[in-house]
Design a protein around this ligand. Sequence first.
Ligand SMILES: [Zn+2]
Ligand SMILES: [Zn+2]
Length: 279
Amino acid sequence: MIDTHTHLNFQAFDNDWPEVVDHAVKAGVTKMIVVGTDLESSQKAVDMANSHPALYAAVGIHPHHARQIRNQKSEIRNLIIQLENLAQHPKVIAIGECGLDYHRYQNTKYQILNTEKEWSQIKSLQQELLQTQLSLAQSLDKPVILHSREASEDILHTLRTTPYVLRTNSGVFHCFDGSHQYLKKIIEAGFYVSFTGNITYNSDRATLSTLVPSNRLLLETDCPFMLPEPLRSKNYRQPLRSEPQDVKIIAQSHADMRKIQLDEVVKSTTQNALRLFHF
Ligand SMILES: [Zn+2]
Ligand SMILES: [Zn+2]
């Protein structure tokens, strides 16, 4: 199995990530992509990939970080130059995560307290950040890992107006959480799709996941987030976080929903990841 989206570079794993990776390898996870969300976590992803044979890195700026950008043109240019430098490492296999996130995140550190005018500026900054990262991916000939939340129309528009995505194998929409229509458009545009532990949370999403053709499905945990059921309710893992080894629970859910064997899901999703990311 390949866990195509982990944040082993986040604080939740600072004390024990080598053990967490060992557990995953023992559970049959052969490769894990450590995904950056800003420059610091992207650098950390590259360092980790450099130090462990099963780890690979993706470097990118998450839309959450758009609000920290003050001097739009020069700051974005500088970010892209630094991402490009990081991407020279041979174990960097994708650009991301990047995308659009219009959720207001009530009562979290990402809560948007801005006025409507400031919020629309943040949205256009997110779009600019996405476009520049798509261009970077194109110039480096690497796939993108896309994050999209409550922004389906705008992200499809941005992608359609970027020549890059007209080729196939251009990227993956990770942690998919949208409508049937949206899913259809993503598949038609040639993208891969992955679900996290979120497919174990409600049956509608699990049913939706079966509409992804088997040659377009990837496995991911998005750890330390999205702990799958039944681990989440039982609350017995300490610290309470998901880990790459949980990708097996997600693969089993796909198998159950599709009424096929676990082996078939493992085989097709591994082939898909190899095809997309060229490890
Ligand atoms: Zn994400
Ligand atoms: Zn993520």
